[in-house]
Design a protein. Structure first.
Length: 60
């Protein structure tokens, strides 16, 4: 979840020209990790058995 906040702040800094040059591949990977972490949180918020088998293990 914190990676998503960091990616949003970095995007704002780039848009306002306060940040220097960034590597877009790294930024894209951070954004993808942030999205996967949010999906992981939603999967694990289900009941005990379905949060683990099978998607919970794959995402974790």
């Amino acid at each position: 979840m914190l990676a998503l906040i960091a990616a949003i702040v970095l995007a704002i800094d780039v848009a306002l020209a306060r940040a220097g040059r960034i590597r877009w591949l790294d930024f894209g990977l951070i954004g993808a990790a942030a999205i996967l972490s949010v999906v992981n949180v939603f999967v694990h918020s289900r009941d005990a058995w379905t949060s683990v088998v099978p998607t919970g293990i794959t995402l974790s």
